[in-house]
Structure formats: C-alpha cells, structure tokens
Design a protein around this ligand. Structure first.
Ligand code: WTA
Length: 648
C-alpha cells in the first residue's frame, strides 16, 4: 500500500549491558555475539546441530535443513517428542522436584506443579485423550483460560502427536466455529468458565453456541474452573476430573517425525478469514529452546513470567514450551493486570520473587497511566531482566519500564517476532548487545533480515522499507493449514524466495532495526493482530449495513484504535443506537478486542476509479488529520467532505 515507509523516530540514547550482568551471561559481549552470528549464517548446519544436540531425540536427523523454497524440512529424518523434551528430559536431573509451573488465579488461589507432578498430569491427560479416541494427527481445539490445565492439555496433545489449536478465551462462539471448521477438529477442551475482572467468562456456553450447528467435533472435555452452571450435552461432553478416574499415569511419549505438525494457531491476515499458521515439532523446539536460553539468559534459579495469554503465540512459545524445554520455572497468571487493583502485577512479582518479566508495550502504557504510586508500593528488587513484545514500544514507555520497573539495573529486551516466526527473530541479547529505547536491535542467530525497497533492493542506513527475512529459520511456519497456495502467495511471492513479514522498518547506521509497524491491512490493537477485512465482514453481516471500511488510528494506550466507516442500507436510520449495536455485533462475531472504538456513518465510501476503497484517506480522516495528497482518483469528491463532517 505505501511504497514509501517513513520513520521519524530519532532516538539517541544507548544503554550498554551492565558489567555484572554481562559477566554472568552466556553471551558476554558484542564481539562474542558477532562471532556466533557469523558462524550461524556461514555454517547454519553446524550452529543448529549444536543447539539441537542439547535436546533429546529418539532418532537423530539425517539433514539439518531441506529447503525447496518456500517449503522447509528442519532436522529431516529425526524423531522426537516435544513433551518428552519439556518433561521427561528433566526427570533424571536435579530438576525433578523443582517447580515447573507456578500459577495464580485471578481470585487469588495459588498452585505449584513440580516437573514430576506436571509430567504425571500430562501423562494422565494424554491417556484421557486416547480414551476419547483422539490420536496422532487429530486436531484438538483448546479453549481454556491461562490455567495449568491449558499447558497440560497442550503438552498432552504433543505427547500423543495430536495437533492442538488454542483459541483465545476472549474470542466469541463464531470465532470458535470458524476455527473448528477450518481445522476439522474432532475434539475440544474447555472449562465451565474463567475469571476476568471479578466476573465469569462463560467459556462452555460459547462452546455450546459454536457447536449448535453441526461440526466435526465429537467430544468436549470440560475442566471445572469457575463452578458456574453449565449444560453438559449427553454423549458429547465429559468432565475432565471424571475422565481422570479411568486412566493410569503411564504414557510413553510417541516418537514423532521432526516435521510432524505440533499446532495450528489462527492469526489475522490482510485478506479474508484468519490464517491457520502451522508449526511443526523439531525446528520449533530448537527455535524456542535456544531463544529462551539466549534472549532471556534463563537460569535454573529463575522465575520467568511471561504475561501473555495462552491463546496467543507468545503464550505458546514463552509461557509453555520455551521455559519448560529449558527446565525453567514458568509463572502463569489467569486474570487482568488491574484486578482487584492496578498493582496486581507488582504484587505478584514481590510475593513470588519473579526474576524475569516479559510483557507488552500496551500493558506498560496502561501502567504509566495508572500512576507510579501502584509500582512504588512494592519491592521489585527480585527482577533482573525485562522484555517486551507485540508492537513497537515508544521510547518514553521503554524508559519508564527501564527506570520504574527495572530500577535502572535490568536490561530491557525488545523482541520482534510473529505468530508465523514461532520464536523471537530480532532482539537484544542482554549481556552483549547495547540497547536503544524503541529498537529491537539486531538479528538473533541464524536470522537474516533486510529492509528493502519495492524492487527488493536493500535500502541504505536510515531509509524506510519493507522488512523481509532472506533465509529459512528452524521455528518458521511451514504452511497455512490447508492452503499451500495462500502460504506461497502471502509470504514468499512478493520478493521471491524471501519471507515477507508485512512490517515496515529501517536500519540505522549501527545496523539496528527499528520496526515501524504493519504495512498491510492488519491492525495491531493492544498487541493483538486484527485484520481490517475481518472486522469489515463482521460489520457487513449486520442486516442494516451496506458497506464498511475499517482503518486504524493512533491510540495512546492501545497502539492503534479501530475506526469503522459504515454506509447503511436505504431506509435505515443511522442513529447512535445503531452505532452501539454495531459495536456489540462485532464483539459477538469476533470478540471484544475487535469492537470499533468509533463508528462513523457515511453516505458512500471514497473509492478509486477501479473501486478500491481509499484507505489512506480514511486513515487521515480517522486520525483527525486534514486530508492531503492527491484525490483526483476519487469517485465522488463530495463523499470526502461529508466524511470529514460526520463527527458525532
Ligand atoms: C508486531 C506476536 C515492533 C509486528 C509475537 C509483528 C512488534 C506483529 C514487536 C506480530 C516488536 C511484535 N517491535 N513490533 N518488538 N513484536 N510486533 O503475530 O507488527 O501476534 O508483525 O506475534 O506484532 O504479531 P503476532
């Protein structure tokens, strides 16, 4: 859409890794990083073999990478099991009785599962899956809150080779149904309800609504979490705790091909329905294992807290698989950061002596807004490293995080990656790479990113362009589930043989990457990716709507806000009530996170002669700017004037 990507940020501050941190870190200085990076690019087979050999393989791989662009096989011929690597591998070591998961529910309950206990629960639940005729290759939807059972369900699927697809608990019945339909899932794992800001989210009811029309789902396993009243469908629904009565705890990990599908995770694209991003076993494991190890420099004695919900890729890679593959202690929290008060996170850190905190810029901006007094009430001295992910972080938020949460002593790792990349790709290494507020800094090992112009030519320092990755990496997506062509077209066709990220970026004179944000029609609202086209089709599905165009506008808290321009059908009254109704409608169809912040009615939408909606103009109007630039391709000039006037 934009060929010229401008980046106006000029940030001069540089923070060198503290000596005492660097001395103890795995990667201790820039020279060591550069040496290893060079090796990882020149001799990737050697580099990745060394990483992979730290893990357990039931059969060694034949070849590190088989690349028939854009299709990759990593550790081809190897056999392994991911749950074995996250669990069994640690049982013969001192980690056996160490906490694998520390969990806190929103109402305040606490649970601890040691590696031994988690292993037992995963084996038992894997046997429950088998008992319910779920086997290798079957797709299973997981619609659970961030509770230990979410990790148990994921690991149990991985243990028997079933393919999980976690659906975020904030998504609606329609979203669940779409994902069941696309994945052909035969089973669904959910809970009666989950807690959110003191209320109960009726998960099971949403599932019932999703399954009302016939679907491929034969079995629903229900965990009792919130004890709310639910309906159990005879012959279809079973209770998690009742099922456990019938199984033992013996379940050896199935030896799976390195390329065996591990999970499908749906994410927004610029066109049409959400894409099922497919990740496989061996390469994904190596990717999340080595990034968790180097980026967070994780230690046995650490408590690692990634605040992401289990329904997003960050929850998959850095709440569950990455920390557990490293034998670390992962902290999980079920609820909202401001429940019962805005200091919940700081209370958790103080009480549990959390050492590493990994959260999102949108959360940081909310904390800033709630005021420093909530932070000051708590002792955060246990923290030694901070991370961010999900969207560009503005330098002021970075500085606040560094100073107020990190006490000025903790390195901040601003990690860039995507659902598609599986693991972190551009990031500081905390003991080695000096940081600049707002920059994700340098590529991780084996990653070869570049900023290019529309012809695919690498641009010079400080010139904006599109961010591409020039070679495959172990944790990359393998395809879009059921749609190889879309995979090829979406990611690998614009710059043949290179992976298109959909992000704009620039590289500064030191080679540091500054990510500007999405360049396609994807919004990043509070760190969540939303396709404008998905919201548009939700709006158009309303009986009174004729046409809709959705754009983003800058939002201080959420990064981007959602603005919908709507034309109604003839005879319909474009009232404020209808605005509210449309917002609810989007909430029901997609989920609350997609609700437009503002709905604006228009008599017609501005279009080019070829009928394309002029989003650039709508964006300018939405953000309150004066409309500039060439408008001669507009179908109807008067439309523009009316839109600008159509404020509430
Ligand atoms: C954005 C989340 C700037 C980016 C792991 C990317 C970032 C999209 C950063 C992926 C960062 C993520 N700096 N932008 N550190 N991290 N993004 O798939 O636009 O939910 O393409 O994966 O988030 O979002 P997704």
């Amino acid at each position: 859409m934009h060929d010229n990507i401008e980046s106006h940020l000029k940030e001069k501050r540089v923070f060198k890794p503290a000596k005492n941190f660097a001395q103890k870190a795995r990667i201790k200085n820039l020279a060591q990083y550069q040496r290893m990076y060079r090796e990882s690019i020149k001799r990737p087979d050697k580099f990745w073999s060394r990483e992979a050999k730290e893990l357990s393989w039931q059969k060694p791989w034949r070849k590190v990478l088989e690349w028939k662009a854009p299709f990759a096989k990593w550790f081809a011929g190897g056999k392994l099991n991911l749950s074995e690597n996250c669990l069994d591998r640690h049982l013969t070591t001192h980690r056996r009785n160490k906490a694998a998961i520390l969990w806190e529910g929103e109402p305040g309950e606490k649970r601890t599962l040691t590696y031994q206990q988690l292993h037992r629960e995963v084996c038992r639940f894997a046997n429950v899956l088998k008992r319910n005729k779920i086997g290798k290759g079957d797709r299973v939807i997981i619609y659970l809150p961030t509770i230990p059972e979410a990790a148990i369900a994921m690991l149990a699927c991985a243990r028997i080779g079933a393919v999980h697809s976690v659906v975020f608990g904030g998504f609606s019945a329609d979203s669940i149904r779409d994902r069941i339909h696309d994945s052909g899932a035969i089973a669904l794992i959910t809970a009666d309800g989950s807690y959110r800001r003191g209320g109960i989210v009726p998960l099971k009811k949403n599932v019932d609504d999703a399954l009302r029309v016939g679907t491929s789902v034969k079995r629903v396993i229900v965990f009792q979490r919130a004890h709310n009243q639910i309906h159990m469908e005879e012959g279809r629904d079973v209770w998690w705790h009742r099922e456990l009565e019938y199984v033992d705890d013996d379940c050896p990990p199935t030896a799976l091909d390195s390329e065996h599908p591990l999970y499908i995770l749906y994410t927004s694209g610029s066109t049409g329905k959400p894409k099922g991003i497919l990740h496989t076993t061996g390469g994904y494991l190596v990717g999340i294992y080595s990034t968790t190890k180097y980026v967070f420099d994780i230690r046995d004695e650490d408590i690692f807290w990634c605040t992401a919900d289990i329904g997003w890729v960050t929850g998959h890679s850095y709440v569950v698989y990455g920390p557990l593959a490293n034998g670390a202690t992962t902290f999980m929290y079920e609820g909202a950061p401001n429940w019962p008060e805005p200091d919940r996170f700081w209370r958790i850190i103080e009480q549990n002596r959390v050492n590493i905190l990994y959260t999102a810029p949108t959360a940081i901006r909310a904390f800033i807004r709630w005021g420093d007094q909530w932070v000051k009430k708590h002792d955060l001295s246990s923290l030694r490293l901070l991370g961010t992910v999900g969207e560009p972080i503005n330098p002021e938020a970075w500085m606040w995080y560094h100073k107020n949460i990190g006490g000025g002593r903790c390195p901040v790792v601003d990690t860039w990656w995507q659902t598609e990349t599986g693991a972190i790709l551009i990031t500081p290494l905390p003991g080695a790479i000096p940081t600049k507020p707002g920059s994700a800094t340098l590529p991780f090992f084996g990653v070869d990113p570049a900023v290019v112009d529309p012809n695919g030519k690498e641009v010079g320092a400080n010139v904006g362009g599109k961010l591409i990755i020039r070679r495959p990496w172990p944790s990359m997506l393998r395809t879009i589930y059921g749609d190889k062509q879309r995979y090829q077209k979406q990611y690998w066709s614009e710059y043949k043989g290179n992976y298109l990220t959909g992000d704009g970026a620039r590289r500064d004179q030191d080679g540091y990457f500054w990510i500007v944000g999405r360049i396609d029609d994807v919004l990043n609202v509070a760190g969540h990716r939303l396709g404008t086209s998905e919201i548009e089709s939700a709006l158009v599905s309303h009986a009174k709507v004729a046409e809709a165009a959705v754009v983003g506008r800058p939002d201080e808290l959420k990064g981007q806000g959602v603005v919908a321009f709507v034309t109604v059908k003839t005879g319909v009254d474009a009232s404020n009530d209808l605005k509210a109704e449309l917002r609810e409608h989007v909430g029901t169809h997609i989920g609350a996170i997609a609700k437009p912040d503002e709905v604006r009615f228009a008599e017609a939408l501005p279009k080019t002669r070829s009928g394309k909606i002029m989003r650039r103009l709508l964006k300018e109007i939405a953000s309150g700017a004066k409309v500039t630039g060439d408008t001669t391709t507009l179908e109807d000039f008067s439309v523009l004037a009316k839109l600008s006037e159509s404020d509430e």
